[in-house]
Design a protein around this ligand. Structure first.
Ligand SMILES: NC(=O)c1ccc[n+]([C@@H]2O[C@H](COP(=O)([O-])OP(=O)(O)OC[C@H]3O[C@@H](n4cnc5c(N)ncnc54)[C@H](OP(=O)(O)O)[C@@H]3O)[C@@H](O)[C@H]2O)c1
Length: 385
Protein backbone atom coordinates (compact mmCIF):
# COMPACT_ATOMS: atom_id res chain seq x y z
CA UNK A 1 0.00 0.00 0.00
CA UNK A 2 1.35 3.46 -0.79
CA UNK A 3 2.36 5.68 2.12
CA UNK A 4 -0.16 8.48 2.83
CA UNK A 5 0.68 11.63 0.91
CA UNK A 6 -0.77 15.09 1.11
CA UNK A 7 -0.54 15.99 -2.55
CA UNK A 8 -0.31 13.89 -5.66
CA UNK A 9 1.64 15.44 -8.52
CA UNK A 10 -0.83 16.22 -11.27
CA UNK A 11 -0.66 14.36 -14.57
CA UNK A 12 0.86 16.19 -17.56
CA UNK A 13 -1.62 18.19 -19.66
CA UNK A 14 -3.58 15.90 -21.96
CA UNK A 15 -3.29 16.55 -25.68
CA UNK A 16 -6.68 17.09 -27.29
CA UNK A 17 -8.08 13.63 -28.05
CA UNK A 18 -9.78 12.86 -31.34
CA UNK A 19 -12.19 10.60 -29.44
CA UNK A 20 -15.79 11.72 -30.06
CA UNK A 21 -16.61 14.31 -27.39
CA UNK A 22 -20.25 13.46 -26.77
CA UNK A 23 -20.14 9.67 -26.54
CA UNK A 24 -17.81 6.97 -25.37
CA UNK A 25 -16.23 5.39 -28.44
CA UNK A 26 -17.23 1.79 -29.08
CA UNK A 27 -13.67 0.64 -28.41
CA UNK A 28 -13.35 2.50 -25.14
CA UNK A 29 -16.74 1.16 -24.10
CA UNK A 30 -15.45 -2.37 -24.79
CA UNK A 31 -12.31 -1.61 -22.78
CA UNK A 32 -14.45 -0.57 -19.79
CA UNK A 33 -16.50 -3.74 -20.19
CA UNK A 34 -13.27 -5.74 -19.87
CA UNK A 35 -12.36 -3.69 -16.78
CA UNK A 36 -15.81 -4.40 -15.24
CA UNK A 37 -15.37 -8.16 -15.65
CA UNK A 38 -12.21 -8.20 -13.53
CA UNK A 39 -13.27 -5.64 -10.94
CA UNK A 40 -12.58 -6.99 -7.43
CA UNK A 41 -10.15 -9.66 -8.65
CA UNK A 42 -7.12 -7.44 -9.16
CA UNK A 43 -6.65 -5.83 -5.74
CA UNK A 44 -4.57 -3.97 -4.76
CA UNK A 45 -4.07 -3.20 -8.46
CA UNK A 46 -6.77 -1.27 -10.31
CA UNK A 47 -9.06 -3.22 -12.65
CA UNK A 48 -8.00 -2.14 -16.13
CA UNK A 49 -9.49 -3.11 -19.48
CA UNK A 50 -7.74 -3.02 -22.85
CA UNK A 51 -8.84 -3.59 -26.45
CA UNK A 52 -6.43 -3.90 -29.36
CA UNK A 53 -7.87 -2.78 -32.70
CA UNK A 54 -6.48 -3.14 -36.21
CA UNK A 55 -8.30 -2.14 -39.42
CA UNK A 56 -11.56 -1.63 -37.53
CA UNK A 57 -11.50 -5.08 -35.92
CA UNK A 58 -10.75 -6.19 -32.37
CA UNK A 59 -7.69 -8.45 -32.51
CA UNK A 60 -7.12 -8.77 -28.75
CA UNK A 61 -8.83 -7.78 -25.52
CA UNK A 62 -8.60 -8.41 -21.81
CA UNK A 63 -8.62 -7.23 -18.23
CA UNK A 64 -5.99 -7.16 -15.50
CA UNK A 65 -5.31 -10.58 -13.97
CA UNK A 66 -4.95 -11.07 -10.18
CA UNK A 67 -2.04 -9.18 -8.54
CA UNK A 68 1.36 -10.42 -9.70
CA UNK A 69 -0.03 -11.66 -13.02
CA UNK A 70 -0.42 -9.97 -16.42
CA UNK A 71 -1.90 -6.48 -16.72
CA UNK A 72 -4.74 -5.82 -19.20
CA UNK A 73 -2.44 -4.56 -21.98
CA UNK A 74 -0.40 -7.78 -21.86
CA UNK A 75 -3.56 -9.93 -21.87
CA UNK A 76 -4.78 -8.07 -24.99
CA UNK A 77 -1.38 -8.44 -26.71
CA UNK A 78 -1.23 -12.15 -25.84
CA UNK A 79 -4.74 -12.67 -27.17
CA UNK A 80 -3.77 -11.11 -30.49
CA UNK A 81 -0.52 -13.07 -30.64
CA UNK A 82 -2.07 -16.51 -30.12
CA UNK A 83 -5.26 -15.97 -32.16
CA UNK A 84 -5.64 -18.03 -35.34
CA UNK A 85 -3.94 -15.89 -38.01
CA UNK A 86 -2.50 -13.83 -35.11
CA UNK A 87 1.14 -13.03 -34.43
CA UNK A 88 3.38 -10.00 -34.18
CA UNK A 89 2.72 -8.92 -37.78
CA UNK A 90 -0.92 -8.51 -36.97
CA UNK A 91 -0.21 -6.36 -33.91
CA UNK A 92 2.22 -4.02 -35.67
CA UNK A 93 0.37 -0.78 -36.43
CA UNK A 94 -2.61 -1.58 -34.16
CA UNK A 95 -4.29 0.87 -31.76
CA UNK A 96 -4.73 0.01 -28.09
CA UNK A 97 -7.73 1.42 -26.20
CA UNK A 98 -7.11 1.26 -22.47
CA UNK A 99 -9.02 2.52 -19.42
CA UNK A 100 -5.92 3.73 -17.49
CA UNK A 101 -2.38 4.83 -18.36
CA UNK A 102 -0.07 1.86 -19.10
CA UNK A 103 2.60 1.35 -16.42
CA UNK A 104 6.25 2.15 -17.05
CA UNK A 105 7.93 0.66 -13.97
CA UNK A 106 9.00 -2.78 -12.83
CA UNK A 107 6.68 -3.93 -10.05
CA UNK A 108 5.67 -7.55 -9.73
CA UNK A 109 5.39 -7.48 -13.55
CA UNK A 110 7.44 -5.86 -16.34
CA UNK A 111 6.29 -2.45 -17.67
CA UNK A 112 3.31 -2.62 -20.03
CA UNK A 113 4.54 0.43 -21.96
CA UNK A 114 7.67 -1.49 -22.93
CA UNK A 115 5.66 -4.52 -24.07
CA UNK A 116 3.50 -2.25 -26.25
CA UNK A 117 6.62 -0.68 -27.81
CA UNK A 118 8.20 -4.07 -28.47
CA UNK A 119 5.00 -5.38 -30.04
CA UNK A 120 4.92 -2.46 -32.51
CA UNK A 121 1.62 -0.90 -31.42
CA UNK A 122 1.20 2.40 -33.33
CA UNK A 123 -1.22 4.28 -31.11
CA UNK A 124 -2.53 4.21 -27.55
CA UNK A 125 -5.82 5.85 -26.56
CA UNK A 126 -6.21 6.08 -22.77
CA UNK A 127 -9.25 7.18 -20.76
CA UNK A 128 -7.21 8.58 -17.88
CA UNK A 129 -3.69 9.12 -16.51
CA UNK A 130 -2.71 6.94 -13.56
CA UNK A 131 -2.34 9.11 -10.41
CA UNK A 132 0.14 6.65 -8.87
CA UNK A 133 3.40 8.70 -8.76
CA UNK A 134 5.33 5.63 -9.97
CA UNK A 135 3.32 5.72 -13.20
CA UNK A 136 1.74 9.15 -13.61
CA UNK A 137 2.69 10.58 -17.01
CA UNK A 138 5.71 8.28 -17.22
CA UNK A 139 3.90 5.54 -19.13
CA UNK A 140 2.70 8.05 -21.73
CA UNK A 141 6.18 9.64 -21.96
CA UNK A 142 7.81 6.24 -22.54
CA UNK A 143 5.36 5.45 -25.34
CA UNK A 144 5.83 8.86 -26.98
CA UNK A 145 9.61 8.57 -26.83
CA UNK A 146 9.29 5.35 -28.81
CA UNK A 147 7.25 7.14 -31.50
CA UNK A 148 3.82 5.82 -30.44
CA UNK A 149 0.94 8.28 -30.84
CA UNK A 150 -0.74 8.83 -27.47
CA UNK A 151 -4.21 10.27 -26.99
CA UNK A 152 -5.60 10.91 -23.52
CA UNK A 153 -9.30 11.62 -23.11
CA UNK A 154 -9.50 15.30 -22.06
CA UNK A 155 -11.02 16.31 -18.70
CA UNK A 156 -14.82 16.39 -18.93
CA UNK A 157 -14.96 14.01 -21.92
CA UNK A 158 -17.19 10.93 -21.54
CA UNK A 159 -14.23 8.52 -21.38
CA UNK A 160 -12.49 10.63 -18.72
CA UNK A 161 -15.64 11.05 -16.63
CA UNK A 162 -16.30 7.30 -16.85
CA UNK A 163 -12.73 6.59 -15.70
CA UNK A 164 -12.94 9.07 -12.82
CA UNK A 165 -16.13 7.38 -11.60
CA UNK A 166 -14.85 3.85 -12.16
CA UNK A 167 -11.52 4.53 -10.42
CA UNK A 168 -12.81 6.86 -7.66
CA UNK A 169 -11.82 4.38 -4.94
CA UNK A 170 -8.42 3.66 -6.50
CA UNK A 171 -7.61 7.37 -6.91
CA UNK A 172 -8.59 8.00 -3.29
CA UNK A 173 -6.47 5.05 -2.09
CA UNK A 174 -3.41 6.30 -3.99
CA UNK A 175 -3.80 9.81 -2.58
CA UNK A 176 -4.61 8.86 1.02
CA UNK A 177 -3.09 5.45 1.66
CA UNK A 178 -6.42 4.01 2.84
CA UNK A 179 -9.70 3.05 1.14
CA UNK A 180 -12.49 5.49 0.53
CA UNK A 181 -15.08 4.82 3.24
CA UNK A 182 -18.74 5.27 2.42
CA UNK A 183 -21.42 5.06 5.10
CA UNK A 184 -25.03 4.41 4.15
CA UNK A 185 -27.82 4.76 6.69
CA UNK A 186 -31.59 4.50 6.29
CA UNK A 187 -33.65 6.45 8.83
CA UNK A 188 -37.24 7.38 9.57
CA UNK A 189 -38.28 11.06 9.59
CA UNK A 190 -37.60 11.08 13.33
CA UNK A 191 -34.10 9.66 12.89
CA UNK A 192 -34.73 6.01 13.87
CA UNK A 193 -33.22 2.91 12.25
CA UNK A 194 -35.88 0.41 13.29
CA UNK A 195 -39.37 0.21 14.79
CA UNK A 196 -37.94 -1.28 18.03
CA UNK A 197 -34.54 -2.48 19.21
CA UNK A 198 -33.76 -5.92 17.79
CA UNK A 199 -36.47 -5.71 15.15
CA UNK A 200 -36.05 -5.93 11.39
CA UNK A 201 -37.79 -2.91 9.83
CA UNK A 202 -38.11 -2.25 6.10
CA UNK A 203 -37.73 1.52 5.98
CA UNK A 204 -37.01 2.48 2.40
CA UNK A 205 -38.55 1.60 -0.96
CA UNK A 206 -37.47 0.05 -4.24
CA UNK A 207 -35.57 3.05 -5.65
CA UNK A 208 -33.54 3.45 -2.48
CA UNK A 209 -32.75 -0.27 -2.59
CA UNK A 210 -31.60 0.11 -6.19
CA UNK A 211 -29.35 2.99 -5.11
CA UNK A 212 -27.84 0.86 -2.30
CA UNK A 213 -27.21 -2.03 -4.68
CA UNK A 214 -25.34 0.40 -6.97
CA UNK A 215 -23.12 1.37 -4.00
CA UNK A 216 -22.47 -2.33 -3.31
CA UNK A 217 -21.51 -3.01 -6.92
CA UNK A 218 -19.00 -0.17 -6.80
CA UNK A 219 -17.38 -1.10 -3.46
CA UNK A 220 -14.70 -3.70 -2.87
CA UNK A 221 -16.17 -4.65 0.51
CA UNK A 222 -19.41 -4.18 2.47
CA UNK A 223 -19.08 -4.10 6.28
CA UNK A 224 -21.89 -5.13 8.65
CA UNK A 225 -22.23 -6.04 12.31
CA UNK A 226 -23.18 -9.44 13.70
CA UNK A 227 -26.49 -8.09 15.06
CA UNK A 228 -27.58 -6.82 11.63
CA UNK A 229 -26.78 -10.23 10.12
CA UNK A 230 -28.86 -11.99 12.80
CA UNK A 231 -31.79 -9.56 12.80
CA UNK A 232 -32.09 -8.49 9.14
CA UNK A 233 -30.47 -11.48 7.40
CA UNK A 234 -29.39 -9.22 4.52
CA UNK A 235 -28.15 -10.65 1.22
CA UNK A 236 -25.74 -7.71 0.65
CA UNK A 237 -25.14 -8.46 -3.05
CA UNK A 238 -26.02 -5.99 -5.83
CA UNK A 239 -28.68 -8.32 -7.22
CA UNK A 240 -30.99 -5.49 -8.37
CA UNK A 241 -28.35 -3.61 -10.37
CA UNK A 242 -26.18 -6.56 -11.32
CA UNK A 243 -22.41 -6.29 -11.21
CA UNK A 244 -19.78 -8.09 -9.28
CA UNK A 245 -20.61 -8.58 -5.58
CA UNK A 246 -18.25 -6.95 -3.09
CA UNK A 247 -16.65 -9.01 -0.33
CA UNK A 248 -18.90 -9.14 2.73
CA UNK A 249 -17.24 -8.38 6.05
CA UNK A 250 -19.09 -9.47 9.20
CA UNK A 251 -17.84 -8.01 12.47
CA UNK A 252 -18.67 -10.26 15.42
CA UNK A 253 -17.50 -11.46 18.83
CA UNK A 254 -19.52 -14.64 18.37
CA UNK A 255 -17.87 -18.05 18.74
CA UNK A 256 -20.71 -19.72 16.85
CA UNK A 257 -22.20 -18.38 13.62
CA UNK A 258 -25.82 -18.77 12.64
CA UNK A 259 -25.13 -20.55 9.36
CA UNK A 260 -28.75 -20.15 8.23
CA UNK A 261 -28.04 -16.45 7.52
CA UNK A 262 -27.69 -15.63 3.82
CA UNK A 263 -24.18 -14.19 4.09
CA UNK A 264 -22.83 -17.61 5.10
CA UNK A 265 -24.51 -19.67 2.41
CA UNK A 266 -22.38 -21.35 -0.22
CA UNK A 267 -21.97 -20.52 -3.93
CA UNK A 268 -23.56 -17.10 -3.89
CA UNK A 269 -20.76 -15.42 -5.80
CA UNK A 270 -19.84 -13.12 -2.89
CA UNK A 271 -16.92 -13.91 -0.60
CA UNK A 272 -17.76 -13.55 3.10
CA UNK A 273 -15.08 -12.71 5.64
CA UNK A 274 -15.76 -12.99 9.38
CA UNK A 275 -13.76 -10.51 11.46
CA UNK A 276 -13.71 -11.60 15.10
CA UNK A 277 -11.35 -12.10 18.03
CA UNK A 278 -11.48 -15.91 17.80
CA UNK A 279 -12.18 -18.30 14.93
CA UNK A 280 -15.84 -19.35 15.23
CA UNK A 281 -16.21 -23.08 15.96
CA UNK A 282 -18.41 -23.65 12.93
CA UNK A 283 -16.66 -21.41 10.35
CA UNK A 284 -17.48 -22.92 6.93
CA UNK A 285 -14.48 -23.54 4.69
CA UNK A 286 -15.82 -21.15 2.04
CA UNK A 287 -15.84 -18.28 4.58
CA UNK A 288 -12.57 -16.46 5.41
CA UNK A 289 -11.62 -15.40 8.91
CA UNK A 290 -9.55 -12.43 10.05
CA UNK A 291 -8.55 -12.24 13.73
CA UNK A 292 -9.12 -9.06 15.71
CA UNK A 293 -6.31 -8.48 18.16
CA UNK A 294 -8.29 -6.07 20.36
CA UNK A 295 -5.12 -4.02 20.86
CA UNK A 296 -5.99 -0.86 18.97
CA UNK A 297 -9.18 1.15 18.60
CA UNK A 298 -11.56 -0.90 16.46
CA UNK A 299 -11.46 1.39 13.41
CA UNK A 300 -7.65 1.32 13.32
CA UNK A 301 -7.74 -2.46 13.38
CA UNK A 302 -10.36 -2.54 10.65
CA UNK A 303 -8.25 -0.16 8.55
CA UNK A 304 -5.37 -2.63 8.89
CA UNK A 305 -7.67 -5.40 7.65
CA UNK A 306 -8.73 -3.24 4.68
CA UNK A 307 -5.08 -2.50 3.87
CA UNK A 308 -4.07 -6.16 4.07
CA UNK A 309 -6.85 -7.09 1.66
CA UNK A 310 -6.05 -4.19 -0.69
CA UNK A 311 -9.53 -2.61 -0.74
CA UNK A 312 -9.91 0.74 -2.51
CA UNK A 313 -13.50 1.40 -1.41
CA UNK A 314 -15.49 0.06 1.56
CA UNK A 315 -19.22 0.50 2.11
CA UNK A 316 -20.26 0.54 5.78
CA UNK A 317 -23.90 -0.58 5.89
CA UNK A 318 -24.28 -0.80 9.65
CA UNK A 319 -25.81 -1.05 12.07
CA UNK A 320 -25.12 1.61 14.60
CA UNK A 321 -22.33 -0.24 16.43
CA UNK A 322 -20.43 -0.41 13.12
CA UNK A 323 -20.97 3.03 11.56
CA UNK A 324 -20.57 5.01 14.84
CA UNK A 325 -16.83 4.26 15.34
CA UNK A 326 -16.10 5.33 11.73
CA UNK A 327 -18.11 8.55 12.04
CA UNK A 328 -16.63 9.37 15.47
CA UNK A 329 -13.10 8.83 14.12
CA UNK A 330 -13.71 11.18 11.17
CA UNK A 331 -13.22 8.20 8.86
CA UNK A 332 -16.18 8.71 6.58
CA UNK A 333 -15.57 10.14 3.11
CA UNK A 334 -19.18 10.08 1.93
CA UNK A 335 -22.33 9.69 4.02
CA UNK A 336 -25.56 8.66 2.30
CA UNK A 337 -28.51 9.27 4.59
CA UNK A 338 -31.78 7.96 3.16
CA UNK A 339 -34.92 9.22 4.90
CA UNK A 340 -38.16 7.26 4.66
CA UNK A 341 -41.57 8.94 5.14
CA UNK A 342 -42.46 7.30 8.45
CA UNK A 343 -42.27 8.03 12.16
CA UNK A 344 -40.91 5.37 14.55
CA UNK A 345 -40.91 6.92 18.02
CA UNK A 346 -40.03 3.60 19.70
CA UNK A 347 -37.11 2.87 17.40
CA UNK A 348 -33.39 3.38 18.01
CA UNK A 349 -31.85 6.69 16.88
CA UNK A 350 -29.05 6.19 14.34
CA UNK A 351 -26.89 8.90 15.90
CA UNK A 352 -27.22 7.82 19.55
CA UNK A 353 -23.51 6.91 19.94
CA UNK A 354 -22.07 9.89 18.05
CA UNK A 355 -19.94 12.59 19.61
CA UNK A 356 -20.86 16.17 18.62
CA UNK A 357 -17.67 16.63 16.56
CA UNK A 358 -18.46 13.69 14.26
CA UNK A 359 -20.01 15.98 11.67
CA UNK A 360 -17.07 18.41 11.33
CA UNK A 361 -15.23 16.69 8.45
CA UNK A 362 -18.44 16.46 6.37
CA UNK A 363 -20.44 18.99 4.37
CA UNK A 364 -23.81 18.72 2.70
CA UNK A 365 -23.58 17.95 -1.01
CA UNK A 366 -27.13 17.44 -2.32
CA UNK A 367 -30.62 16.00 -1.93
CA UNK A 368 -31.88 13.40 -4.43
CA UNK A 369 -35.43 12.02 -4.37
CA UNK A 370 -35.52 8.21 -4.46
CA UNK A 371 -39.21 7.37 -5.00
CA UNK A 372 -40.97 8.35 -1.78
CA UNK A 373 -37.64 8.47 0.11
CA UNK A 374 -35.05 11.21 -0.01
CA UNK A 375 -31.29 10.84 -0.14
CA UNK A 376 -29.11 13.42 1.57
CA UNK A 377 -25.50 13.15 0.51
CA UNK A 378 -22.63 14.49 2.63
CA UNK A 379 -19.03 14.53 1.44
CA UNK A 380 -15.69 15.11 3.09
CA UNK A 381 -14.99 18.85 3.22
CA UNK A 382 -12.34 19.85 0.75
CA UNK A 383 -9.13 21.26 2.28
CA UNK A 384 -9.99 24.69 0.82
CA UNK A 385 -13.42 25.06 2.47
N1 LIG B 1 -31.45 1.68 9.10
C1 LIG B 1 -30.30 1.21 8.71
O1 LIG B 1 -29.61 1.77 7.82
C2 LIG B 1 -29.79 -0.04 9.34
C3 LIG B 1 -28.66 -0.69 8.81
C4 LIG B 1 -28.21 -1.84 9.45
C5 LIG B 1 -28.86 -2.31 10.58
N2 LIG B 1 -29.95 -1.66 11.02
C6 LIG B 1 -30.64 -2.10 12.24
O2 LIG B 1 -29.73 -1.89 13.30
C7 LIG B 1 -29.97 -2.84 14.30
C8 LIG B 1 -28.64 -3.52 14.60
O3 LIG B 1 -27.67 -2.52 14.87
P1 LIG B 1 -26.73 -2.65 16.13
O4 LIG B 1 -26.02 -1.40 16.33
O5 LIG B 1 -27.55 -3.19 17.24
O6 LIG B 1 -25.80 -3.82 15.69
P2 LIG B 1 -24.73 -3.97 14.51
O7 LIG B 1 -24.02 -2.69 14.33
O8 LIG B 1 -25.32 -4.64 13.34
O9 LIG B 1 -23.81 -5.03 15.14
C9 LIG B 1 -23.30 -4.93 16.45
C10 LIG B 1 -22.51 -6.18 16.57
O10 LIG B 1 -21.27 -6.03 15.91
C11 LIG B 1 -20.31 -6.82 16.55
N3 LIG B 1 -19.31 -5.94 17.11
C12 LIG B 1 -19.45 -4.63 17.45
N4 LIG B 1 -18.27 -4.16 17.95
C13 LIG B 1 -17.40 -5.20 17.89
C14 LIG B 1 -16.05 -5.35 18.24
N5 LIG B 1 -15.33 -4.35 18.76
N6 LIG B 1 -15.46 -6.53 18.04
C15 LIG B 1 -16.13 -7.56 17.50
N7 LIG B 1 -17.44 -7.47 17.15
C16 LIG B 1 -18.05 -6.31 17.35
C17 LIG B 1 -21.04 -7.59 17.63
O11 LIG B 1 -21.56 -8.73 16.98
P3 LIG B 1 -22.01 -10.08 17.71
O12 LIG B 1 -23.23 -9.72 18.50
O13 LIG B 1 -22.27 -11.03 16.61
O14 LIG B 1 -20.85 -10.49 18.59
C18 LIG B 1 -22.15 -6.60 17.97
O15 LIG B 1 -23.23 -7.19 18.63
C19 LIG B 1 -30.99 -3.80 13.77
O16 LIG B 1 -32.27 -3.44 14.28
C20 LIG B 1 -30.99 -3.55 12.28
O17 LIG B 1 -32.24 -3.80 11.70
C21 LIG B 1 -30.43 -0.53 10.44
Amino acid sequence: MPAPRKKIPGPPPAPESKEPRGILSTWMRLAFREAETVRGNTLPNPAVGAVLVRNGKVIGRGGTRPAGQAHAEIVALEGARVAPNGGLDRIRGATLYVTLEPCSHFGRTAPCARALIEAGVAKVVAACPDPNPKVSGKGFAMLRRAGITVEIAPPGSPARVRAETFYAGFFFWVANGRPRIIVKIAQSLDGRINARAGEETALTGEEARLFTHGLRAHADAVLVGGATVRIDDPDLTPRLTGGRPAQILVLTRGRKLDLKRQVYSRNRGAKTVVISPEIPQNLPKWVDHVALRRKKPLVRELLAVFAARGYHEVLVEGGRAVWSPFLNAGLCDALHLVTAPMLLPQGEPWGKDLRPAWVKPLEFHRFTPLGSDILAEFRRRSAAS
